[in-house]
Design a protein around this ligand. Structure first.
Ligand SMILES: Nc1ncnc2c1ncn2[C@@H]1O[C@H](COP(=O)(O)OP(=O)(O)OP(=O)(O)O)[C@@H](O)[C@H]1O
Ligand SMILES: [Mg+2]
Length: 318
């Protein structure tokens, strides 16, 4: 498999009172062409920050270190002009909250016209034809181009957001919690759609979610983040049949109806650490049921368990 995105030792830091808050801290992974990789973890662990860094949509003053190789080019090093040309055109993002990312005073068609004409010199008619086609492929009738965002249901808005991300046929889509605000039935529809679009458009998708059920349904691989760090990477199947990191096990414990009787699962107590003052040693140590002495003072490395499997935990040392 050929990698479309290769993230190497990536660090993303926000400038905050008291210093730099490293929301993504030494993250390495890759996404193959045509693959769906699910990124999971509790609130505040750095998922959205990681996604935004692929488009360099970070607030002024943020720090971005390491490498982000997209189709051979390092996004970290691109000029502002180059990154603007790439945004939406080659990498598109479906944002966490469709109600705030669609402008309430603009009709749906205005959103499409803006997105399309930022990159392509097309007439309004040509651009709207493109928009109608892509709306069709997400199951929204073209008449909705004339609607305002509030006139659509939550599920329709989410489909519009996906269509907006798709309209320029990007190579990579970063979907941040694309189904979180939706009820279960609508959510299933959107997940189906994501799977179908991957086939149809040969899309590569990074799917950010705190919901492991979503990952189980659509992702080929799972990457678990905790406090800015990657703690486990695995194929979805092997992950759900045998989670390795104690944090992964705790996350799985919170998913109803999973048959994981063979594992020593514990519910997750406490909360993630303050990223301005992370604990010495393993960041999960204060909440870990399987912690050893070393975990309190030495940060675990990422251990490679098999060709496809990585885990940042001293239990798997040696
Ligand atoms: N613009 C910002 N300025 C300063 N700190 C920020 C900013 N955005 C996020 N953070 C901090 O960075 C850390 C990671 O946040 P991020 O939004 O990436 O997490 P997340 O995993 O997407 O969480 P959620 O599941 O709630 O969406 C958090 O500690 C958060 O408070
Ligand atoms: Mg987020």
């Amino acid at each position: 498999m050929e990698a479309l995105l290769e993230v190497r030792r990536l660090k993303v830091g926000y400038n905050v009172e008291g210093g730099t808050l490293w929301a993504v801290d030494d993250v390495s992974f890759s996404v193959d062409k045509g693959e769906i990789v699910g990124i999971v973890g509790e609130s505040g662990c750095g998922k959205t920050t990681l996604g935004l860094s692929f488009l360099r949509l970070l607030p002024p003053g943020s720090k971005l270190e390491g490498e982000l190789l997209f189709d051979g080019r390092d996004i970290v090093k691109l000029s502002e002009e180059e990154i603007r040309a790439l945004r939406g055109k080659e990498i598109a993002m479906v944002f966490q909250d469709p109600m705030t990312s669609l402008n309430p005073v603009l009709k749906i068609k205005e959103h499409f016209l803006e997105t399309i004409r930022t990159h392509l010199a097309l007439s309004e008619e040509e651009a709207l034809k493109m928009a109608s086609e892509v709306l069709g492929s997400v199951g929204i009738p073209p008449q909705k181009l004339e609607a305002y965002p509030f006139e659509l249901s939550g599920g329709q808005r989410q489909r519009v957001m996906i269509a907006l991300a798709l309209v320029l046929k990007p190579k990579l889509i970063v979907a941040d919690e694309p189904t979180t605000s939706l009820d279960v039935v609508v959510q299933a529809g959107v997940l189906d759609l994501i799977r179908r679009l991957r086939e149809e458009f040969g899309l590569t998708i990074v799917l950010i979610t705190h919901d492991l059920g979503v990952v189980a349904q659509v992702a080929d691989r799972v990457m678990v983040m905790y406090a800015g760090k990657v703690v486990e990477i695995a194929f979805t199947e092997e992950f759900f049949s045998a989670p390795l990191h104690p944090y992964s096990k705790a996350l799985l414990f919170s998913v109803p109806n999973l048959d994981l009787e063979d594992f020593d699962l514990h519910s997750l107590e406490g909360s993630p650490p303050d990223l301005l003052n992370p604990p010495k040693g393993c960041r999960f140590y204060p909440r870990c049921f399987e912690a050893m002495d070393i975990c309190s003072f030495k940060e675990p490395e990422v251990f490679r368990i098999s060709k496809s499997r990585f885990v940042r935990c001293w239990k798997y040392y040696g």
